[in-house]
Design a protein around this ligand. Structure first.
Ligand SMILES: NC(=O)NC(NC(N)=O)C(=O)[O-]
Ligand SMILES: [Zn+2]
Ligand SMILES: [Zn+2]
Length: 507
């Protein structure tokens, strides 16, 4: 008996472990590199009482095979559960297409102390976001050429927990150089991004409408979009912009006055003209203009309606912070709330929701634009000098849901704003919906579960204390996230290897 305990048992355990390691299920992606997924198989069924497909919300079983959706069955939940061996039963939880956040600043290479591929994509996975499209600025050097896109790809290696695509930058230096733009687009940039006002980053200068029209002509050949930060500095108001009046820089109202909605309106007026060239028969037919982070729901939004319905290829996004916060409630000195364009008044916030519900605003993005905490100047609380950018990536699903509930938003609307439309913008025809042949990218979440974003909450952003949402109570807990069939996040745990893929545009 003693012999059995001391010698034979450890030997049996050792042989059993070797046997197990050697003969693990072959064929799955997981078995190739071992750690891409928290699951051990690549053919399985996800079953829930609430699966969100383009047809609506119903009990369903989604069959996943080799990273793709093989079949989607609807029917009685109990019967769906019975059908196969590898069934993941998520019960009442909602199964939606993974979120696609088409506007994030991951800041690597060059400013990895602000955010990074690893921290950013881990935060995305924990928030149910399965694809990010990275902005070309705040990293150094900016992504404005084939070479700098290659630096991005190099920096991203082995650090992506979700899939990541890249926008290239349209700047004065390349706007009149079609061959440089061609190279950048051929290297895989999903489209271009430009600023109509200073970007806050020296190596990403602003473009005027001539640059924009030149860029659109090149984009037309590739049928890819130009994303535009739409604010123009108006000379008549630049004295306020310089902060030369006597107002208190710790008051949010002071900052708000420096970037009036007339700046957005002026930019959109120019874009409206440029968008005419995207019409059938126009100089830039095939190109598309996308207005990023619209904050003004009044005159600027009104300007967009006519070209959109009149054949111009034009879309617009807003961000959760414009839907969640209003200028009146931002505490003095709390520069976590500083962003550009600024958060406007409460009536504006409400009409942004209406515009989203009525379809005048097409989609949502986070504009996750972090910096190091010191640049937020928390000690001084100076809104005029602090870095502008809101940090929110990990929370966009619960934020949209928590604030949208009052407006009666549906799961299908969430899927449209956060998955289907962003996939279309980024040209990702195999992402953005739960239907067969699509990538198996899902978020599984419980809309009814509330949580406190307090000091105990695990946040994967590089800097937790710069987020404007800290201290809030929210509803909508992410249980699991799948990227191309890999369970990359489940109940507080990430898969150990970063197996997200860089997304490059195909010719
Ligand atoms: N340089 C930036 O990241 N700017 C960003 N900052 C914001 N939105 O406050 C942006 O997207 O404009
Ligand atoms: Zn911007
Ligand atoms: Zn941005």
């Amino acid at each position: 008996m003693d012999f059995l305990k001391s010698k034979l048992l450890p030997l049996i355990v050792l042989i059993a472990s070797i046997f197990f390691l050697y003969f693990r299920t072959p064929s799955s992606k997981q078995s190739i590199d071992g750690e891409c997924s928290l699951l051990t198989h690549d053919h399985f069924w996800i079953v829930s009482k609430r699966v969100v497909t383009p047809r609506g919300v119903a009990p369903g079983a989604v069959e996943v095979k080799a990273g793709r959706i093989n079949t989607v069955k609807e029917g009685e939940y109990d019967k769906l559960l019975l059908q196969n061996e590898h069934v993941l039963d998520y019960g009442d939880a909602v199964v939606m297409p993974g979120l696609i956040d088409a506007h994030v600043h991951l800041d690597e290479p060059g400013r990895e102390e602000w955010e990074g591929f690893s921290t950013g994509t881990k935060a995305a996975a924990a928030g149910g976001i399965t694809t990010l499209i990275d902005m070309p600025l705040n990293n150094f050097p900016s992504t404005v050429s084939e070479e700098t896109l290659k630096l991005k790809l190099e920096a991203a290696k082995k650090k992506l927990y979700v899939d990541v695509g890249f926008w290239g930058g349209l700047v004065p230096e390349n706007a009149f150089d079609p061959s440089a733009l061609n190279k950048l687009l051929k290297a895989g940039a999903l489209g271009l991004k430009s600023f109509m006002c200073p970007s806050g980053i020296n190596d990403f200068p602003m473009t005027n409408s001539t640059h924009i029209k030149e860029g659109l002509k090149v984009l037309a050949k590739y049928k890819r979009p130009l994303l535009v930060h739409s604010e123009v500095v108006l000379e008549s108001e630049s004295h306020i912009a310089l902060g030369s009046d006597e107002s208190d820089p710790r008051s949010y109202a002071t900052y708000l006055k420096t970037r009036p909605s007339s700046w957005e309106e002026a930019a959109i007026r120019q874009l409206k003209d440029a968008s005419e060239e995207t019409r059938v028969g126009g100089n830039a037919e095939g190109a598309h203009i996308h207005i990023v982070h619209l904050a003004d729901s009044r005159a600027s939004l009104d300007l967009i309606k006519a070209p959109k319905s009149g054949g111009s290829s034009l879309t617009v996004e807003t961000c959760p912070h414009y839907l969640a916060f209003s200028a009146e409630e931002i505490p003095d000195g709390d520069t976590r709330f500083k962003c550009a364009p600024p958060i406007r008044d409460e009536a504006n916030r409400q009409s942004l929701w209406e515009a989203l519900l009525e379809g005048h605003i097409d989609m949502l993005s986070s504009d996750h634009s972090p910096s190091t905490p010191d640049l937020k100047l928390f000690d001084e609380g100076d809104f005029l000098r602090a870095w502008g950018g809101i940090s929110s990536l990990q929370f966009v699903l619960p934020i949209t849901w928590s604030y949208g509930k009052a407006y009666g938003i549906t799961f299908n609307q969430l899927a449209s704003w956060w998955s289907e439309r962003p996939a279309k913008l980024a040209g990702q025809t195999n992402k953005g919906a739960i239907k067969s042949e699509m990538d198996a990218d899902f978020v599984v979440w419980m809309p009814e579960v509330e949580f406190e974003l307090d000091e105990n909450y695990v946040i994967y952003h590089k800097h937790r204390n710069i987020s404007a949402y800290l201290g809030q109570r929210m509803s909508g807990k992410v249980l699991a996230t799948f990227v191309r069939g890999n369970l990359v996040y489940s109940e507080g745990k990430h898969a150990s290897a970063a197996c997200g893929a860089p997304i490059l545009a195909k010719q």
